[in-house]
Design a protein around this ligand. Sequence first.
Ligand code: ADP
Length: 422
Amino acid sequence: MSDAKKIKIISINCGSSSIKFSVFEYRGGRRGYENIEKQRGLLELNRVLSCKIEEIGTEFGYFYVSGKNKSESKDLNFKDHGQALYYIVKKTGLFENGGIDINIAAHRFVHGGKYYRKPLAVSGGDIKKLSELNALAPLHNPLNLKGLEIIKEILPEALQVCVFDTAFHGSIPLYAKLYPIPIDYYFKYDIGKYGFHGISYSFISNIFKIAGKKFKRLIVCHLGNGASICAIKNGISIDTSMGYTPLEGLMMGTRSGNIDPALPFILKEKLDAAEGEVYDILNKKSGLLGISKKTYDFKELIKRKDKYSKLALKMYIYRIIKFIGQYAASLNGLDALVFTGGIGENSDVLRKEVCAGLSYLGVKIDEKKNESAAKYFQAYNPFGRIKVAGSIKQVGTGAVPVFAVHTDEEIQIAYEALNFVA
Ligand code: ADP
């Protein structure tokens, strides 16, 4: 693409039971593409529509769509992602008065394997290569691929671009990437740390640069249903807590994170478990859910008073504090700490408890600012250009500043795709 004109981009993020979908416009206009190659290119994208479908394949389906002047939400069940995506595209047509005209469809792919360190403009042979990645992240990549195939069918004229979560971590040095197992497994099977949530980390790294906050040593905690931590040095990832799969690292909603590596073998024997059963337990029945026995949902968990829910919360926080200590060591110090993701952005309790364990680093929470952060983000209007100041809220004022950041993976996906093809 070379001429400067209005480009429409959709950004599609297919999760296990949800789809997040946004439409952006980029007006090259007078300035052409000159900015899109820099971080400031994020500011050239205008969000015109945002849409979410949740609980796909269940009886509790929910649909939400919002444009600048209009929004709609309702309970609506979809049997699968295909049906949901067809519905979204039809709906977005309504908002655009006279049908959709999309130039780029940008798809989030969780795992890029060894092939993809940059976005990919999809052509014929790529689908087979992309499908080979399914085995690396079986809970995520097959759905990302399904989304791509459906959108290709619905919007055959659009350029399909994949943006990979693992790409941001391509900079992790080999000594941090390798597991201390026979090195031939790395050479033969590419077994090493890939890391995830890279799109969110890239967004945060960019938004800080745009805001003029250049921290040499930054730790970002992305805490949602899945959760990870990243050590970022001069804007690039040098280590992260998720590994070859998104199961490693922190305790999560339903995932165990780090455990004794012998436990899967021991559990298989004790439970006389079938093939894949232990993997399923560690992915879907552990973490906050496994300990509390009640819920994987953090918002729900912190309201509970029973002892196992309290224990789950204590463990969750303790493990984050330990990881931050580890990464402060990897970075040889710390210049700023960031919380993001559904929990990191919204829970003042979480931030306060974690920061209380980090006073030795010079971290000090500001109670008032911390408590007001969620409200600050609720007031955020996502339409039009991204609001840099509105995306960042400082919540700690010690020697090492602490921030809550409203991450925007959809705009980062659109930006990376556009930047790649421009
Ligand atoms: P995903 O990893 O699926 O994208 P999110 O980033 O949306 O997840 O985060 C979901 C988590 O955020 C859930 O555990 C939810 O309870 C939690 N969460 C959302 N809002 C709040 C809130 N106000 N306080 C505490 N936790 C919250």
